[in-house]
Write a protein that binds this ligand. Structure first.
Ligand code: TXA
Ligand code: MG
Length: 342
């Protein structure tokens, strides 16, 4: 059921369900999440089950602010503190050493915990209500919400309430907060290994992370090249995949591929969707053409919705122009490369 996210009765209902160990679909500024009380192992198990996600893939825990960090983290390295000061609330997740015995299931058994303080007003209102005394039966606040992206494991993340409903159906309560403004998942920085490591690029660029890390006089972060522990499902090679087969090509190759098809395509059944910055020509009515914005922020914002739209239009092949090289395109490039690897 989709309800108006900011309505007080929606927030109250969401908190009631969360404290009863149920799941709720929530908007964040990056993508929609499937939320559960992070300290309730049975509720967290429902998240893994609903997503079809292996239980050893850790979930991100969402908190209202810095005051909640000490409940989950054993230690906050100086660089993590600097990153949280710089980018919270916002699309940044920090991996910290986990306090023993806390949020074990949400952490997928890792001795670390991923924490994020989101900026979207709806999830903030829910987190704020969760902080009120007596939010749980033992009189404690509800400290944080474990919330992976609200999609089936390996599929495209949802950026609208309707996307979430198409993944989990009518029974799930979904707070509608409009289309997500960022559109791709948070930047994840692992702060448990000395030098900070960017595990997943996002709207906050590696350069921005580096700058803050340098100011906190830490060694420069590097993007993880080899799949090392701990496991992060957003870092699996094939992920964020629509049903159609995705191929990345530069603009001239894309145009040649379309020219080669010519009008033949109309005879067959294959529907091809293209998503590019270039203006492409095609003689086939079976080609759906969609222009990618010139800037990375706008492309990220619509990326997952466009992939879902192509699926809904019956495309079997999605041909995408390789995004530009610039650092601001890193998050979009990363998601498209993973979609193409599926
Ligand atoms: O933008 C986002 O981060 C969205 C919204 C809902 O906040 N959430 C999201 O969650 O993308 P999820 O679970 O789909 O992706 C979280 C990523 C996963 O790849 C997970 O494995 C990784 O964060 N992660 C979480 N805790 C971790 C930990 N302790 N160590 C390493 N990776 C961790
Ligand atoms: Mg995900």
């Amino acid at each position: 059921m989709i309800v108006e996210g900011l309505a007080p009765q929606s927030i109250a209902l969401a908190v009631r369900l969360l404290r009863a160990g149920e799941l709720v679909g929530l908007p964040t500024e990056t993508v929609y999440g499937l939320a559960a009380n992070a300290d309730d192992a049975a509720a967290v198990a429902k998240v893994f089950q609903a997503k079809g996600r292996p239980a050893d893939h850790p979930l991100i825990v969402h908190v209202l602010g810095h005051a909640q960090v000490a409940h989950f983290a054993r230690d906050v390295p100086a660089v993590a503190d600097a990153l949280m000061q710089a980018f919270w609330p916002g699309p940044l997740t920090v991996i910290l050493p986990r306090r023993a015995g806390v949020a074990v299931a949400a952490a997928g058994g890792q001795d670390s915990i991923g924490l994020r303080c989101p900026a979207h007003p709806v999830v903030r209102a829910v987190l704020k209500a969760c902080q009120e005394a007596g939010a749980t039966d033992d009189g404690e606040p509800l400290w944080g919400l474990a919330a992976p992206s609200a999609n089936q494991f390996g599929r495209v993340s949802p950026t609208t309430a309707a996307h979430v409903q198409s993944e989990f159906g009518e029974p799930l309560l979904i707070l509608d907060g409009g289309a997500c403004s960022v559109g791709i998942e948070s930047t994840i920085v692992d702060c448990t290994r000395g030098a900070p490591v960017v595990l997943r690029p996002g709207a906050i660029s590696r350069a921005q992370v580096e700058e803050v890390a340098r100011a906190a006089s830490q060694p420069s972060p590097r993007l993880q090249e080899t799949p090392a522990a701990p496991r992060a499902s957003g870092t699996l090679e094939s992920h964020y995949a629509p049903r159609a087969k995705v191929r990345l090509m530069n603009a001239p190759s894309l145009q040649s591929a379309l020219d080669l098809l010519g009008a033949d395509l109309d005879a067959g059944n294959t529907v091809i969707a293209t998503y590019s910055r270039a203006i492409l020509r095609s003689r086939s009515s079976k080609v759906i053409r969609r222009r990618m914005p010139d800037d990375a922020v706008a492309t990220a914002q619509q990326l997952f919705a466009v992939l879902r739209e192509f699926d809904a239009q019956g495309a079997q092949l999605i041909w995408v122009e390789t995004p530009p090289e610039g650092p601001e395109w890193e998050g979009v490039r990363d998601r498209l490369q993973r979609a193409a690897a599926a």
